[in-house]
Design a protein around this ligand. Structure first.
Ligand code: SF4
Length: 479
C-alpha cells in the first residue's frame, strides 16, 4: 500500500511540473513516505532528517516533505523535532502535497496538514507507475478490524471501498497502456463490499477481472481469514486469469494468542480454508505472515504456530519478532516475552519455514512454467547472465536467455525448472518459448532514449521584449 502511495506522490508531483532529479544532482524537493508498521520507523525518519539538515542549510531553496503513517501519528511533532522540514501531510490527504509545497514556498513557513478522514479516494490521483507490465490497484483503504498489535486502523481509518465500476475502469485503462498483471490491494482485501453492503463483492470483482480483455494475471493482497468465504475460493478457481496464489496472514497458530490479538478466526478455521483452497486449486502457492513472541505467548502457543506451518505447507512466510508499537493495545499488555526467548523461537520458526518452502519448491522440479519477465528481480543476474521473472504462482524463477534473442521485461517466456532453492527456482535449460507482449513493448517505449520534444511553455511571452526586461526566474525546477 505504501509503495503504491509513493507511486501516487510521484504522479502528483510530475503532474504539477516537477521532474525526477538526475543521478548525483541535489534535488529541489525530497519527500519521505513513512511507514509506522515496522519497528524504529521514527528513529530512522529523524536520523534521515538529521542527515539532511546540513544539506538543506547549504541549499536554502530545497524543500523537505514528510508524509505517510508516521506523519499521521506524529503530526506537528515532526516540525518541532526537525524545524527544517517544510511540509507534513497525512495518509488521508496525499493529494495536497503539491499545494502544500507551494504554500510553504510562498509563505516561507512549514505547513502541517493532517486530515482525520479520507479526502479523495487515492486511486483517483495521478500515478507514476514504477512498472509498465504489473500494477497495483487499490480497491479499499483503511480497516475496520482492531488487531491489538496493529497501528493501521488508528492511522488509516475505517475501511473505504471503491465502487467496482471505477476499479474495472482503472484496470481497463492500465491494460490499454500495456499492463498484463494487476494486484488488487486492500488492508483487508476480502472484506471489500462491507461499506456498500455486499458481502460477496470481492468474489464478484475477481470474476469481473476475468472478463477484462488482455488482462493475463490477477493477484490480491492481503485477505483476512475471518472474511474468507467459499465464493472467493470458487471465483479464484473458476477465473482463469486469477493466479494460483494466496497470501493469507496467519499471525499465530494458537487460539489463545489469536484471541489476545483480537483476530477473530481460530486455527481450525485457518487450516480449513487452506484445505479448501488446495482442493479447488491444487497448484496454489500459499504464503503467510507470522508474528512470534506476542505478549503472553508460551512455548505451547508457539508449538501451535509450528503445527500450522507444518500442516499448511507454506511456500514462504514473512516472519516477524513481536515488538511494541506505541499506540497499540498490545504495547500495554502484561507478559511481554523476553528478547532472547523471542529470538530463539524466531530462529526455530525460520528454520521450519525454510525447510518446508524448500521441500515445496523441490516439487516444482521438471515443471514447465510461463514466466512474466521482470526488471531487476535477481541480484546475481548480471554475474550469472540470467534474467528473472514470476511464475503464475508468484514463485521467483531465474532463467538463461537464449543467445541472440532480445527478451524484455514484460515479455513471457516458457521454461522448465531444473533447480530449486528455498526462495527461488532456476530454469537453466533452453527457453522453450518467448512471447513478445504489449507489456514488453511498453517497457521498451519507456526505456527508449528520450527524443527532444518541443513543448508548449507557460509564462510571460518574451518575444520582442528587450533583454534586460526578462522577469526573474522562479525558484523551483519545473519542466
Ligand atoms: S486486519 Fe490487518 S490492517 Fe486491519 S487491524 Fe488487523 S493487522 Fe491491522
Amino acid at each position: 500500500m505504501n509503495v503504491h502511495d509513493s507511486e501516487r506522490l510521484a504522479g502528483l508531483l510530475e503532474e504539477a511540473g516537477y521532474v525526477r532529479a538526475g543521478e548525483g544532482q541535489t534535488p529541489d524537493v525530497i519527500v519521505f513516505n513513512t511507514c509506522a508498521v515496522r519497528e524504529n520507523a521514527d528513529n530512522r525518519l529523524y536520523g534521515n532528517l538529521g542527515h539532511l539538515h546540513p544539506v538543506k542549510k547549504a541549499n536554502p531553496g530545497m524543500q523537505i516533505a514528510v508524509g505517510g503513517c508516521l506523519a499521521q501519528k506524529d503530526k506537528g511533532e515532526i516540525v518541532r523535532r526537525a524545524p527544517w522540514v517544510d511540509v507534513v501531510f497525512g495518509t488521508h490527504n496525499i493529494g495536497s502535497l503539491p499545494a502544500l509545497l507551494e504554500r510553504a514556498r510562498i509563505q516561507q513557513e512549514a505547513q502541517v496538514e493532517i486530515a482525520e478522514s479520507l479526502e479523495v479516494f487515492p486511486s483517483t490521483l495521478p500515478t507514476r507507475r514504477e512498472s509498465p507490465y504489473a500494477a497495483w490497484v487499490a480497491i479499499s483503504v483503511g480497516c475496520n478490524n482492531t488487531c491489538t498489535f496493529c497501528i493501521v486502523p488508528a492511522l488509516r481509518g475505517k475501511e473505504k471501498d471503491r465502487r467496482p465500476g471505477e476499479i474495472l475502469a482503472e484496470i481497463e485503462a492500465l491494460v490499454a497502456e500495456g499492463v498484463l498483471e494487476v494486484t488488487l490491494l486492500g488492508q483487508n482485501v476480502n472484506s471489500y463490499g462491507v461499506e456498500f453492503g455486499d458481502r460477496y463483492a470481492f468474489g464478484k470483482l475477481l470474476r469481473a477481472c476475468g472478463g477484462v480483455e488482455g488482462l493475463e494475471r490477477v493477484r490480491f493482497t492481503s485477505p483476512h481469514p475471518a472474511f474468507f468465504t467459499d465464493d472467493v475460493i470458487e471465483a479464484m478457481a473458476e477465473t482463469p486469469n486469477v493466479m494460483p496464489q494466496l497470501h493469507m496472514p496467519l499471525q499465530s497458530g494458537s487460539d489463545r494468542i489469536l484471541k489476545a490479538m483480537r483476530r477473530s478466526y481460530r486455527q481450525e478455521r485457518y487450516l480449513k480454508i487452506i484445505e479448501k483452497v488446495r482442493a479447488a486449486i491444487p497448484d496454489a502457492a500459499i504464503t503467510t505472515d507470522i508474528i512470534v513472541g506476542f505478549p503472553g505467548e508460551t512455548e505451547e502457543d508457539f508449538q501451535q504456530t509450528l503445527h500450522v506451518v507444518r500442516e499448511a505447507r507454506f511456500a514462504g512466510a514473512f516472519t516477524f519478532q513481536y515488538s511494541k508499537r506505541p499506540g497499540t493495545p498490545a504495547a500495554e499488555m502484561d507478559g511481554q516475552v523476553p528478547k532472547e526467548v523471542v529470538q530463539d523461537r524466531y530462529e526455530r520458526l525460520v528454520q521450519l519455514v525454510e525447510e518446508i518452502s524448500w521441500a515445496e519448491n523441490k516439487k516444482q522440479l521438471g515443471r514447465t512454467l510461463e514466466v512474466l519477465v521482470a526488471e531487476g528481480e535477481g541480484r546475481k543476474d548480471e554475474a550469472t547472465r540470467r534474467m528473472s521473472g514470476r511464475a503464475p504462482d508468484n514463485r521467483l524463477v531465474h532463467f538463461t536467455p537464449p543467445e541472440g534473442v532480445t527478451i524484455r521485461p514484460g515479455d513471457m517466456v516458457t521454461v522448465q525448472v531444473t533447480y530449486a532453492a528455498p526462495h527461488h527456482l532456476v530454469a537453466d535449460g533452453p527457453v522453450l518459448n518467448v512471447r513478445r507482449t504489449r507489456a514488453g513493448d511498453a517497457w521498451e517505449a519507456r526505456n527508449a532514449p528520450a527524443e527532444p520534444r518541443s513543448r508548449v511553455l507557460l509564462g510571460m511571452p518574451t518575444i520582442g521584449r528587450p533583454r534586460d526586461a526578462a522577469p526573474a526566474a522562479s525558484g523551483c525546477r519545473t519542466r
